[in-house]
Design a binder for this molecule. Structure first.
Ligand SMILES: C[S@@+](CC[C@H](N)C(=O)[O-])C[C@H]1O[C@@H](n2cnc3c(N)ncnc32)[C@H](O)[C@@H]1O
Length: 407
Protein backbone atom coordinates (compact mmCIF):
# COMPACT_ATOMS: atom_id res chain seq x y z
CA UNK A 1 0.00 0.00 0.00
CA UNK A 2 1.30 3.43 -0.88
CA UNK A 3 1.21 6.60 1.20
CA UNK A 4 -1.65 7.83 -1.02
CA UNK A 5 -3.72 4.68 -0.52
CA UNK A 6 -3.57 4.97 3.22
CA UNK A 7 -3.18 8.63 3.99
CA UNK A 8 -5.81 10.56 2.12
CA UNK A 9 -9.08 9.64 3.85
CA UNK A 10 -7.95 10.93 7.20
CA UNK A 11 -6.61 14.14 5.67
CA UNK A 12 -9.80 14.69 3.70
CA UNK A 13 -11.89 14.15 6.84
CA UNK A 14 -9.80 16.69 8.69
CA UNK A 15 -10.14 19.23 5.84
CA UNK A 16 -13.91 18.79 5.85
CA UNK A 17 -14.01 19.32 9.62
CA UNK A 18 -12.09 22.56 9.11
CA UNK A 19 -14.52 23.72 6.40
CA UNK A 20 -17.57 22.82 8.49
CA UNK A 21 -16.18 24.48 11.63
CA UNK A 22 -15.46 27.66 9.66
CA UNK A 23 -19.03 27.69 8.30
CA UNK A 24 -17.83 27.35 4.69
CA UNK A 25 -19.52 23.98 4.29
CA UNK A 26 -23.01 23.84 5.77
CA UNK A 27 -25.48 21.64 3.94
CA UNK A 28 -25.75 17.87 4.08
CA UNK A 29 -25.57 17.55 0.26
CA UNK A 30 -22.29 19.41 -0.08
CA UNK A 31 -20.70 17.76 2.97
CA UNK A 32 -21.52 14.41 1.37
CA UNK A 33 -20.14 15.52 -2.01
CA UNK A 34 -16.85 16.71 -0.50
CA UNK A 35 -16.60 13.51 1.58
CA UNK A 36 -17.07 11.33 -1.49
CA UNK A 37 -14.59 13.19 -3.73
CA UNK A 38 -10.83 12.64 -3.37
CA UNK A 39 -9.13 15.89 -4.41
CA UNK A 40 -5.81 14.15 -5.03
CA UNK A 41 -7.26 12.31 -8.04
CA UNK A 42 -7.60 15.71 -9.74
CA UNK A 43 -4.27 17.18 -8.69
CA UNK A 44 -1.59 14.53 -9.41
CA UNK A 45 1.06 17.24 -9.74
CA UNK A 46 1.10 20.77 -8.33
CA UNK A 47 3.48 23.70 -8.60
CA UNK A 48 4.74 25.40 -5.48
CA UNK A 49 6.23 28.91 -5.52
CA UNK A 50 9.27 29.11 -3.27
CA UNK A 51 11.71 31.90 -2.46
CA UNK A 52 14.00 30.47 -5.14
CA UNK A 53 11.40 29.93 -7.88
CA UNK A 54 9.05 27.07 -8.64
CA UNK A 55 8.95 23.45 -7.58
CA UNK A 56 6.81 20.69 -9.03
CA UNK A 57 5.50 18.26 -6.45
CA UNK A 58 4.18 14.98 -7.75
CA UNK A 59 2.22 12.26 -6.05
CA UNK A 60 3.97 9.73 -8.27
CA UNK A 61 7.29 10.32 -6.51
CA UNK A 62 7.33 8.30 -3.24
CA UNK A 63 9.79 10.80 -1.73
CA UNK A 64 7.28 13.62 -2.24
CA UNK A 65 4.02 11.77 -1.64
CA UNK A 66 3.55 12.89 1.96
CA UNK A 67 4.24 16.56 1.20
CA UNK A 68 1.99 16.38 -1.86
CA UNK A 69 -0.91 14.87 0.10
CA UNK A 70 -0.55 17.52 2.80
CA UNK A 71 -0.81 20.23 0.16
CA UNK A 72 -3.73 18.59 -1.62
CA UNK A 73 -5.74 18.31 1.61
CA UNK A 74 -4.89 21.78 2.86
CA UNK A 75 -7.27 24.68 2.33
CA UNK A 76 -5.10 26.16 -0.41
CA UNK A 77 -5.52 26.76 -4.08
CA UNK A 78 -3.10 24.59 -6.07
CA UNK A 79 -1.47 25.71 -9.29
CA UNK A 80 -1.74 22.86 -11.78
CA UNK A 81 -0.58 24.61 -14.97
CA UNK A 82 1.25 27.87 -15.73
CA UNK A 83 2.90 29.86 -18.53
CA UNK A 84 5.64 32.53 -18.59
CA UNK A 85 4.52 36.14 -18.03
CA UNK A 86 4.28 37.90 -21.41
CA UNK A 87 6.19 40.98 -20.21
CA UNK A 88 9.15 38.80 -19.24
CA UNK A 89 9.04 39.77 -15.53
CA UNK A 90 11.34 37.84 -13.24
CA UNK A 91 11.25 36.70 -9.62
CA UNK A 92 13.70 38.24 -7.09
CA UNK A 93 15.99 35.23 -7.76
CA UNK A 94 16.04 36.02 -11.51
CA UNK A 95 13.81 33.14 -12.65
CA UNK A 96 11.12 34.03 -15.21
CA UNK A 97 7.80 34.87 -13.54
CA UNK A 98 5.08 32.39 -14.44
CA UNK A 99 1.33 33.03 -14.51
CA UNK A 100 -1.12 30.26 -13.54
CA UNK A 101 -3.34 29.11 -16.41
CA UNK A 102 -5.17 26.49 -14.39
CA UNK A 103 -5.54 25.65 -10.73
CA UNK A 104 -7.64 23.79 -8.24
CA UNK A 105 -9.57 26.43 -6.30
CA UNK A 106 -9.18 26.76 -2.52
CA UNK A 107 -11.63 24.23 -1.04
CA UNK A 108 -13.17 26.78 1.37
CA UNK A 109 -13.94 29.11 -1.55
CA UNK A 110 -15.39 26.24 -3.59
CA UNK A 111 -17.55 25.29 -0.62
CA UNK A 112 -18.78 28.86 -0.11
CA UNK A 113 -19.58 29.21 -3.79
CA UNK A 114 -21.38 25.87 -4.06
CA UNK A 115 -23.43 26.72 -0.96
CA UNK A 116 -24.26 30.17 -2.40
CA UNK A 117 -25.23 28.63 -5.74
CA UNK A 118 -28.39 27.30 -4.06
CA UNK A 119 -28.90 24.26 -6.29
CA UNK A 120 -31.88 21.93 -6.12
CA UNK A 121 -32.49 18.39 -7.35
CA UNK A 122 -32.95 18.13 -11.09
CA UNK A 123 -31.35 21.49 -11.90
CA UNK A 124 -28.87 21.82 -14.76
CA UNK A 125 -25.57 23.55 -14.13
CA UNK A 126 -22.99 24.97 -16.51
CA UNK A 127 -19.52 25.35 -15.05
CA UNK A 128 -17.16 27.75 -16.81
CA UNK A 129 -13.55 26.62 -16.28
CA UNK A 130 -13.34 22.84 -15.89
CA UNK A 131 -9.68 22.99 -14.83
CA UNK A 132 -8.79 19.83 -12.93
CA UNK A 133 -12.38 18.54 -12.98
CA UNK A 134 -12.68 18.54 -9.17
CA UNK A 135 -15.59 20.98 -9.04
CA UNK A 136 -17.33 19.10 -11.87
CA UNK A 137 -17.02 15.95 -9.73
CA UNK A 138 -18.61 17.69 -6.73
CA UNK A 139 -21.43 19.00 -8.93
CA UNK A 140 -21.91 15.54 -10.50
CA UNK A 141 -22.16 13.95 -7.07
CA UNK A 142 -24.74 16.45 -5.92
CA UNK A 143 -26.89 16.87 -9.07
CA UNK A 144 -26.11 13.79 -11.13
CA UNK A 145 -23.72 13.72 -14.06
CA UNK A 146 -26.54 14.22 -16.59
CA UNK A 147 -27.19 17.67 -15.16
CA UNK A 148 -23.61 18.92 -15.29
CA UNK A 149 -21.93 20.62 -18.25
CA UNK A 150 -18.44 22.03 -17.88
CA UNK A 151 -16.32 23.93 -20.41
CA UNK A 152 -12.64 24.83 -20.51
CA UNK A 153 -10.67 26.68 -23.15
CA UNK A 154 -7.76 24.24 -22.96
CA UNK A 155 -8.47 20.88 -24.69
CA UNK A 156 -5.59 19.19 -22.84
CA UNK A 157 -7.15 20.07 -19.49
CA UNK A 158 -10.56 18.86 -20.63
CA UNK A 159 -9.14 15.51 -21.70
CA UNK A 160 -7.39 14.96 -18.38
CA UNK A 161 -10.44 16.08 -16.40
CA UNK A 162 -12.58 13.63 -18.38
CA UNK A 163 -10.26 10.72 -17.52
CA UNK A 164 -10.15 11.64 -13.82
CA UNK A 165 -13.92 12.04 -13.61
CA UNK A 166 -14.42 8.70 -15.40
CA UNK A 167 -12.06 7.00 -12.93
CA UNK A 168 -14.54 7.95 -10.20
CA UNK A 169 -17.52 6.88 -12.30
CA UNK A 170 -18.66 10.35 -13.43
CA UNK A 171 -19.42 11.28 -17.05
CA UNK A 172 -20.67 14.87 -17.09
CA UNK A 173 -20.69 16.69 -20.44
CA UNK A 174 -17.27 18.28 -20.89
CA UNK A 175 -16.56 20.73 -23.69
CA UNK A 176 -13.31 22.20 -25.01
CA UNK A 177 -14.15 25.75 -26.04
CA UNK A 178 -14.42 29.38 -25.05
CA UNK A 179 -16.61 29.65 -21.97
CA UNK A 180 -17.38 33.27 -22.87
CA UNK A 181 -19.84 31.91 -25.43
CA UNK A 182 -21.38 29.43 -22.98
CA UNK A 183 -22.60 26.08 -24.31
CA UNK A 184 -25.94 26.81 -25.94
CA UNK A 185 -26.41 23.28 -27.33
CA UNK A 186 -26.73 21.83 -23.81
CA UNK A 187 -28.74 24.65 -22.20
CA UNK A 188 -30.76 26.27 -20.85
CA UNK A 189 -29.20 26.17 -17.41
CA UNK A 190 -30.66 26.75 -13.98
CA UNK A 191 -27.27 27.74 -12.66
CA UNK A 192 -24.04 29.01 -14.24
CA UNK A 193 -20.96 28.98 -12.03
CA UNK A 194 -17.84 30.66 -13.38
CA UNK A 195 -14.50 29.65 -11.93
CA UNK A 196 -12.62 32.12 -14.14
CA UNK A 197 -13.02 35.89 -13.71
CA UNK A 198 -14.79 38.34 -16.02
CA UNK A 199 -14.80 42.16 -16.19
CA UNK A 200 -18.49 42.05 -17.23
CA UNK A 201 -21.12 39.33 -17.64
CA UNK A 202 -21.05 37.66 -21.10
CA UNK A 203 -24.44 38.08 -22.75
CA UNK A 204 -24.43 34.40 -23.81
CA UNK A 205 -24.58 33.37 -20.13
CA UNK A 206 -27.64 35.54 -19.57
CA UNK A 207 -29.33 34.20 -22.72
CA UNK A 208 -28.60 30.56 -21.84
CA UNK A 209 -30.02 30.92 -18.33
CA UNK A 210 -33.52 29.52 -17.73
CA UNK A 211 -36.09 31.88 -16.15
CA UNK A 212 -35.49 31.79 -12.38
CA UNK A 213 -31.86 30.81 -13.01
CA UNK A 214 -28.76 32.28 -11.34
CA UNK A 215 -25.22 33.16 -12.39
CA UNK A 216 -22.40 33.09 -9.84
CA UNK A 217 -19.30 34.83 -11.17
CA UNK A 218 -16.19 36.66 -10.10
CA UNK A 219 -16.44 40.20 -11.46
CA UNK A 220 -12.85 41.36 -11.60
CA UNK A 221 -10.90 44.49 -12.37
CA UNK A 222 -7.21 45.25 -12.04
CA UNK A 223 -7.54 47.03 -8.69
CA UNK A 224 -10.01 44.84 -6.84
CA UNK A 225 -10.67 41.29 -7.89
CA UNK A 226 -12.35 39.45 -5.07
CA UNK A 227 -15.93 40.28 -5.92
CA UNK A 228 -18.34 37.39 -6.43
CA UNK A 229 -21.80 38.33 -7.64
CA UNK A 230 -24.94 36.20 -7.63
CA UNK A 231 -27.27 37.38 -10.37
CA UNK A 232 -30.81 36.11 -10.87
CA UNK A 233 -32.93 36.08 -13.99
CA UNK A 234 -36.40 36.67 -12.65
CA UNK A 235 -38.52 36.81 -15.77
CA UNK A 236 -38.36 35.85 -19.40
CA UNK A 237 -36.30 38.90 -20.34
CA UNK A 238 -32.57 38.55 -20.86
CA UNK A 239 -31.70 40.47 -17.72
CA UNK A 240 -29.97 39.43 -14.49
CA UNK A 241 -29.68 41.40 -11.30
CA UNK A 242 -28.23 40.71 -7.89
CA UNK A 243 -25.79 41.57 -5.15
CA UNK A 244 -22.07 41.24 -4.78
CA UNK A 245 -21.75 38.60 -2.07
CA UNK A 246 -20.01 39.06 1.28
CA UNK A 247 -17.75 36.10 0.40
CA UNK A 248 -14.55 37.17 -1.31
CA UNK A 249 -13.29 35.05 -4.18
CA UNK A 250 -10.45 35.66 -6.57
CA UNK A 251 -10.07 33.78 -9.86
CA UNK A 252 -7.70 33.87 -12.82
CA UNK A 253 -9.01 35.69 -15.88
CA UNK A 254 -11.29 34.10 -18.42
CA UNK A 255 -8.88 34.47 -21.33
CA UNK A 256 -9.36 34.17 -25.09
CA UNK A 257 -6.26 32.06 -25.95
CA UNK A 258 -5.37 28.77 -24.23
CA UNK A 259 -1.61 29.33 -24.36
CA UNK A 260 -1.65 33.01 -23.45
CA UNK A 261 -2.19 33.52 -19.71
CA UNK A 262 -3.29 37.14 -20.18
CA UNK A 263 -6.38 39.00 -21.27
CA UNK A 264 -5.72 41.33 -24.23
CA UNK A 265 -5.92 44.45 -22.04
CA UNK A 266 -2.93 43.22 -20.04
CA UNK A 267 -0.77 43.26 -23.18
CA UNK A 268 -1.52 46.88 -24.06
CA UNK A 269 1.53 48.98 -23.26
CA UNK A 270 0.77 52.36 -21.73
CA UNK A 271 1.49 55.26 -24.12
CA UNK A 272 4.04 58.00 -23.36
CA UNK A 273 3.33 60.08 -20.29
CA UNK A 274 3.61 63.48 -22.02
CA UNK A 275 3.75 66.76 -20.12
CA UNK A 276 3.84 66.49 -16.35
CA UNK A 277 1.67 68.92 -14.42
CA UNK A 278 2.66 69.84 -10.85
CA UNK A 279 0.08 70.94 -8.30
CA UNK A 280 -0.44 70.68 -4.56
CA UNK A 281 -3.17 69.33 -2.34
CA UNK A 282 -4.19 69.66 1.29
CA UNK A 283 -5.32 66.00 1.38
CA UNK A 284 -2.70 63.85 3.10
CA UNK A 285 -1.90 61.08 0.57
CA UNK A 286 -1.16 58.60 3.35
CA UNK A 287 -4.82 58.91 4.37
CA UNK A 288 -5.87 57.31 1.08
CA UNK A 289 -6.83 53.70 1.99
CA UNK A 290 -4.83 52.13 -0.83
CA UNK A 291 -5.16 48.61 0.58
CA UNK A 292 -8.86 48.76 1.42
CA UNK A 293 -10.79 46.40 -0.86
CA UNK A 294 -13.93 48.60 -0.71
CA UNK A 295 -12.00 51.74 -1.66
CA UNK A 296 -10.15 49.95 -4.45
CA UNK A 297 -13.43 48.62 -5.79
CA UNK A 298 -15.03 52.07 -5.74
CA UNK A 299 -11.99 53.70 -7.37
CA UNK A 300 -12.06 51.10 -10.12
CA UNK A 301 -15.69 52.02 -10.80
CA UNK A 302 -14.92 55.73 -10.80
CA UNK A 303 -11.71 55.54 -12.84
CA UNK A 304 -12.23 53.16 -15.73
CA UNK A 305 -9.02 51.42 -16.78
CA UNK A 306 -7.11 51.97 -13.53
CA UNK A 307 -4.23 49.50 -13.51
CA UNK A 308 -2.57 50.05 -10.14
CA UNK A 309 -2.76 51.98 -6.87
CA UNK A 310 -0.11 51.67 -4.21
CA UNK A 311 2.09 53.45 -1.72
CA UNK A 312 5.73 53.21 -2.78
CA UNK A 313 8.87 55.09 -3.74
CA UNK A 314 8.55 57.58 -6.64
CA UNK A 315 11.17 59.82 -8.21
CA UNK A 316 10.70 63.47 -7.24
CA UNK A 317 12.41 65.72 -9.83
CA UNK A 318 12.45 68.62 -7.33
CA UNK A 319 14.89 66.87 -5.03
CA UNK A 320 16.23 64.44 -7.69
CA UNK A 321 15.62 61.54 -5.37
CA UNK A 322 12.99 59.00 -4.45
CA UNK A 323 10.26 59.80 -1.92
CA UNK A 324 7.29 57.87 -0.59
CA UNK A 325 4.19 58.56 -2.66
CA UNK A 326 0.76 57.23 -3.51
CA UNK A 327 1.10 56.14 -7.15
CA UNK A 328 -1.85 55.52 -9.44
CA UNK A 329 -1.66 54.38 -13.07
CA UNK A 330 -4.20 53.71 -15.83
CA UNK A 331 -4.21 51.76 -19.09
CA UNK A 332 -4.42 54.98 -21.16
CA UNK A 333 -0.99 56.03 -19.85
CA UNK A 334 -2.34 58.43 -17.22
CA UNK A 335 -0.14 58.50 -14.17
CA UNK A 336 -0.18 60.37 -10.84
CA UNK A 337 2.04 60.58 -7.80
CA UNK A 338 1.09 62.25 -4.54
CA UNK A 339 4.16 62.68 -2.33
CA UNK A 340 3.62 61.71 1.28
CA UNK A 341 5.81 64.28 3.07
CA UNK A 342 4.17 67.68 3.61
CA UNK A 343 5.81 70.90 2.38
CA UNK A 344 6.48 73.76 4.83
CA UNK A 345 3.04 75.24 4.14
CA UNK A 346 1.33 71.92 4.95
CA UNK A 347 0.50 71.03 1.35
CA UNK A 348 1.53 67.90 -0.55
CA UNK A 349 3.12 67.82 -4.02
CA UNK A 350 1.22 66.12 -6.83
CA UNK A 351 2.56 65.22 -10.27
CA UNK A 352 0.14 64.11 -12.97
CA UNK A 353 0.52 63.23 -16.63
CA UNK A 354 -1.33 61.59 -19.49
CA UNK A 355 -4.86 62.18 -20.75
CA UNK A 356 -6.56 62.07 -17.32
CA UNK A 357 -5.84 63.75 -14.00
CA UNK A 358 -6.00 60.57 -11.92
CA UNK A 359 -5.23 62.13 -8.58
CA UNK A 360 -8.22 64.46 -8.80
CA UNK A 361 -10.48 61.40 -9.09
CA UNK A 362 -8.65 59.63 -6.26
CA UNK A 363 -9.40 62.59 -3.98
CA UNK A 364 -13.02 62.80 -5.12
CA UNK A 365 -13.40 59.04 -4.59
CA UNK A 366 -12.00 59.36 -1.09
CA UNK A 367 -14.78 61.84 -0.26
CA UNK A 368 -17.44 59.69 -1.92
CA UNK A 369 -16.13 56.64 -0.02
CA UNK A 370 -16.65 58.47 3.26
CA UNK A 371 -20.06 59.83 2.18
CA UNK A 372 -21.15 56.26 1.43
CA UNK A 373 -19.92 55.11 4.88
CA UNK A 374 -16.86 53.30 3.57
CA UNK A 375 -18.75 50.46 1.89
CA UNK A 376 -17.30 47.01 1.37
CA UNK A 377 -17.90 45.53 -2.14
CA UNK A 378 -20.89 43.54 -0.88
CA UNK A 379 -22.83 46.79 -0.46
CA UNK A 380 -22.95 47.01 -4.28
CA UNK A 381 -24.89 45.05 -6.87
CA UNK A 382 -24.93 44.38 -10.60
CA UNK A 383 -27.50 44.62 -13.40
CA UNK A 384 -26.76 43.11 -16.81
CA UNK A 385 -28.98 42.81 -19.88
CA UNK A 386 -28.61 42.90 -23.65
CA UNK A 387 -28.22 46.67 -23.81
CA UNK A 388 -26.47 47.73 -20.58
CA UNK A 389 -24.44 46.51 -17.63
CA UNK A 390 -23.70 48.47 -14.52
CA UNK A 391 -22.79 48.29 -10.85
CA UNK A 392 -25.23 49.97 -8.48
CA UNK A 393 -25.06 51.19 -4.91
CA UNK A 394 -27.96 52.17 -2.67
CA UNK A 395 -31.65 51.76 -3.19
CA UNK A 396 -34.35 53.00 -5.56
CA UNK A 397 -34.57 56.43 -3.89
CA UNK A 398 -30.91 57.19 -3.73
CA UNK A 399 -28.51 55.37 -5.90
CA UNK A 400 -25.28 55.60 -7.79
CA UNK A 401 -24.39 53.59 -10.88
CA UNK A 402 -21.22 52.93 -12.83
CA UNK A 403 -20.96 51.21 -16.23
CA UNK A 404 -19.17 47.90 -16.78
CA UNK A 405 -16.75 46.45 -17.89
CA UNK A 406 -14.29 46.90 -15.06
CA UNK A 407 -11.25 46.95 -17.37
C1 LIG B 1 -9.35 28.32 -11.42
S1 LIG B 1 -9.32 27.27 -12.79
C2 LIG B 1 -10.82 26.35 -12.60
C3 LIG B 1 -10.81 25.38 -11.48
C4 LIG B 1 -11.76 24.23 -11.70
N1 LIG B 1 -13.14 24.62 -11.59
C5 LIG B 1 -11.41 23.06 -10.82
O1 LIG B 1 -12.29 22.58 -10.08
O2 LIG B 1 -10.28 22.60 -10.88
C6 LIG B 1 -9.80 28.33 -14.12
C7 LIG B 1 -9.96 27.61 -15.43
O3 LIG B 1 -10.57 28.50 -16.35
C8 LIG B 1 -10.11 28.13 -17.62
N2 LIG B 1 -10.40 29.20 -18.58
C9 LIG B 1 -9.73 30.37 -18.77
N3 LIG B 1 -10.28 31.06 -19.80
C10 LIG B 1 -11.31 30.30 -20.25
C11 LIG B 1 -12.26 30.48 -21.29
N4 LIG B 1 -12.27 31.54 -22.08
N5 LIG B 1 -13.19 29.51 -21.45
C12 LIG B 1 -13.22 28.40 -20.66
N6 LIG B 1 -12.33 28.19 -19.67
C13 LIG B 1 -11.39 29.12 -19.47
C14 LIG B 1 -8.63 27.87 -17.41
O4 LIG B 1 -8.08 27.09 -18.46
C15 LIG B 1 -8.64 27.19 -16.06
O5 LIG B 1 -8.60 25.80 -16.19
Amino acid sequence: MTETDTGWQQRLASLITTLVDAGDLRSKEWIEAFTATPRHVFTPQVTLTTGQGYRQISGADPAEADEWLSMVYSDDSLVTQDKPHAAGHTLPGGQPLRVPTSSSTMPSLMARMLEALDVHDGQRVLEIGTGTGYNAALLSHCLGEANVVSIDLDPGLVEKAQQRLASLGYHPTLIAGDGATGAVEHGPYDRIIATAAVPEIPLSWIEQLAPGGKILANLRGDLAGGTLCLLAKDGLDDEVIGPILPIGGHFMWLRPEPDDPHRPHEHASAPQRGTISRTTTRVDPTGIPVDDEGFRFLLQLQLHGTRSLHLGPAFDPNIRDERKAVIVTAADGSHAEAFARPELDGTYQITQSGPRRLWDTVEATRSLFDDLNQPTPDKFGVVANDSTQFVWFGNDDNWHRWPLPLV
